[in-house]
Design a protein around this ligand. Structure first.
Ligand SMILES: Cc1cc2nc3c(=O)[nH]c(=O)nc-3n(C[C@H](O)[C@H](O)[C@H](O)COP(=O)(O)OP(=O)(O)OC[C@H]3O[C@@H](n4cnc5c(N)ncnc54)[C@H](O)[C@@H]3O)c2cc1C
Length: 395
């Protein structure tokens, strides 16, 4: 098989890239290791920045998002035993986030790819990327029990942090991995319980971070800071709910408890592969970087990457010039490091460091106090939380 862009991975990055390229008239083929049902059910992100929503609208992928997504103009911050509302839209000229689960976005993008005839192969794991130094790299993959090859002009590595693309790029020795591993993790829980608030509730409690989010009027999504190395079994339901109440509830406003349907421990780390390109292999999304989930930025960064990548590939198709593509890594990394910095600062602000002394704990409280006033710190936080401006797609 031959194509212009071989895309590895049908997560949000690969699927959105395929959509943007299709609209720009650039051929592509998407190869996904897992089956469609698995990919559509994988629970992850939910909060889309204004810029990501605008991109999805521009490429005709936001019909259901516009009907079912819930705009969040701020959140509640539980601090000093009270809940304080933090207005985001009010501080950003109306920019806000939208709650729309990643599962639904992935379903929408797969449905669009299927409808417009974009070649999208499930159960087709890429095993090797070859010929990166030449101008026709080759993807080796298996499908239906057979070894196959896909020859392309460019390879978009959108296969996440454990994928073949990142491994291949790092093995060239031309890129390095920057990493920060945090000494704590999140216990993430789905519960069949009505959310206790219409907006997210974040807590930087002295016992640790907690977050109350939602997936629907009947399903709550809850996160609790736990020590790194913890297992879900260390957190029986009663212990978990009691701790969530301690960190999130306020008198008269308890959390609603209900049957727990999923419980998992999520490690917290930041990673950046730099540069994000070698020859004709370009990484996008989690393949290129991870952020600690505190700022809800991973999916949004993936959107920003693929807009830049699609602009470069579309520019090349229209003009024959690789000028934009040649700057892909440089352009993406500026944003990537801004978002790493914000996600790191938000993580440190809201989590209890295991080795913090009383002095450092007071400093953390002082920083949280500063966010609650009409301060420059609050304005900067709101700008980053709503998301830095994104380029419009070239379609
Ligand atoms: C608990 C949690 C909460 C989060 N909350 C948010 C949030 O609120 N907002 C936000 O913006 N982000 C959030 N994120 C991050 C977000 O989910 C990820 O950044 C996003 O999924 C990245 O998309 P991606 O397409 O780059 O990678 P992925 O979603 O990982 O997709 C990669 C795809 O590649 C496939 N693949 C892997 N190897 C191969 C191979 N060899 N061949 C072919 N295919 C392969 C995989 O099966 C997968 O389908 C959260 C993450 C977690 C874990």
């Amino acid at each position: 098989m031959r194509t212009t862009v071989g895309i590895i991975g049908a997560g949000p990055a690969g699927l959105l890239l395929a959509r943007l390229l299709r609209r720009a008239g650039v051929d592509c083929v998407v190869l996904e290791a897992r089956g469609r049902a698995y990919v559509e059910r994988r629970q992850r992100a939910a909060l889309l920045e204004q810029g990501a929503v605008d991109v999805l609208r521009a490429c005709g992928a936001a019909d259901r998002l516009d009907r079912e997504g819930v705009r969040h103009e701020g959140f509640e911050l539980r601090h000093r035993d009270r809940r304080h509302r933090f207005g985001v839209a009010a501080r950003t000229g109306g920019r806000a986030n939208t709650l729309y689960p990643q599962t639904e976005l992935v379903k929408d993008l797969i449905a669009l790819a299927t409808a417009d005839g974009t070649p999208l192969l499930f159960d087709a794991p890429v095993t090797a990327v070859e010929g990166l130094d030449g101008d026709r790299p080759v993807l080796r993959y298996t499908h239906g029990g057979r070894e196959e090859t896909l020859e392309c002009s460019y390879v978009a590595g959108c296969d996440g942090s454990f994928g073949t693309a990142r491994r291949t790029l790092l093995a060239t020795g031309a890129a390095r991995l920057h990493e920060r591993v945090y000494p704590y993790a999140w216990l993430g829980v789905f519960a069949d319980a009505p959310p206790a608030s219409d907006e997210l509730i974040l807590s930087g409690h002295e016992r640790g971070f907690a977050l109350h989010s939602m997936r629907s009027p009947e399903v709550s999504r809850l996160y609790l800071q736990v020590p790194a190395g913890t297992t879900p079994e260390d957190w029986p339901d009663d212990r978990m709910w009691d701790e969530l109440d301690t960190r999130l509830a306020v008198p008269g406003h308890p959390l609603h408890r209900g049957p727990v349907t999923d419980k998992a421990v999520i490690p917290l780390r930041g990673q950046v592969v730099e540069p994000m390109r070698y020859g004709r292999l370009l990484l996008a999304g989690d393949a290129a970087h991870l952020v600690p989930p505190t700022g809800a930025k991973g999916l949004n960064l993936a959107v920003a990457d693929v807009v830049t990548l699609a602009r470069g590939l579309s520019h090349r198709r229209r003009t024959g010039s690789t000028a934009l593509l040649d700057r892909y890594s440089e352009l993406c990394l500026r944003r990537v490091w801004q978002v790493q910095e914000f996600s790191h600062a938000m993580t440190v602000l809201l989590h209890a460091a295991p080795d913090a002394d009383a002095y450092e704990r007071r400093l953390r409280t002082a920083r949280l106090d500063r966010l609650l006033g009409p301060t420059a710190a609050a304005a900067e936080f709101a700008e980053n939380y709503a998301g830095l401006p994104m380029d419009a797609p070239l379609i």
